[in-house]
Design a protein around this ligand. Structure first.
Ligand SMILES: [Mg+2]
Length: 247
């Protein structure tokens, strides 16, 4: 009985992974061309930097936190634990976060403005799904004319006097696999048929499925594992624009 069950589970696993591996570059491009929604990761994708690292540098604890981010990316600890530990070092106040946004606003990756504009012109929904912080991601969304209810990110919490009070641990983006969870919710909520996820990191890659396709982005930083496992890997947003020209 147990053997049979294992065999069945293995078959399901192989079918799923076979399907994932079977998507060719041209199939991925085709799905991108007929997507009804495109979800973007934010850190090192839509913007050039990692928001949490910038926040840490701003708060004077850059080195310690950069090291933890590197470990988190490598997948040796859970996303939530890594986030909790990094934030417990940063302990930023509301005032510090606001000052970071004013003094060092996030830098948009070249070409993203045009990509989002073109998607909007075609009535394709654009979402930002980030493991970073809502207050920073909202600033990015505003610059790109993305409605704030299309932003999924983590929420920092502050005490009434503005001191750091933790983060909202109930947000799906605070969990490993959270981006995929958000995409499933979006599909259901908006009745989306074809959703494409674009990002630089392993958590973005793992959001497909449920995303119908994944486009790896190496315009700011190249993550070898993501590059190898992406059926379509781009190093600039111009490549997406070129693809949209073909429609
Ligand atoms: Mg990223």
């Amino acid at each position: 009985m147990k053997g049979q069950l294992l065999q069945r589970q293995l078959a399901v696993y192989l079918r799923r992974n076979l399907h994932r591996n079977m998507l060719t570059q041209s199939e991925t491009k085709e799905l991108f061309r007929r997507a009804d929604a495109v979800c973007f990761d934010v850190d090192s994708t839509v913007i050039k930097e990692e928001g949490i690292d910038e926040l840490a540098i701003f708060c004077g604890v850059g080195d310690a936190v950069t090291e933890m981010t590197r470990q988190a990316m490598g997948g040796s600890i859970t996303f939530k634990t890594a986030l909790k530990e990094r934030l417990s070092i940063i302990r930023c106040s509301r005032e510090q976060v606001n000052k970071l946004i004013t003094d060092h606003p996030p830098q948009l990756t070249p070409g993203i403005r045009e990509v989002v504009e073109r998607l909007h012109q075609r009535n394709i929904k654009v979402f930002l799904i980030s493991g970073g912080f809502r207050c920073i991601v909202e600033h990015v969304a505003t610059q790109l004319n993305i409605p704030l209810h299309h932003v999924y990110a983590n929420r920092l919490k502050f005490y009434f006097n503005g001191e750091y009070a933790g983060f909202d641990e109930s947000q799906p983006t605070a969990e490993s696999g959270g981006k995929g969870k958000v995409i499933s919710l979006l599909k259901e909520q908006y009745g989306l048929k074809t959703v494409v996820m674009i990002g630089d990191g392993a958590t973005d890659l793992e959001a497909s499925p449920p995303a119908n396709a994944f486009v790896g982005f190496g315009g700011n930083v190249v993550r070898q594992e993501v590059k190898e496992r992406s059926s379509w890997y781009i190093t600039s947003f111009e490549e997406l624009l070129e693809e949209m020209d073909k429609i």
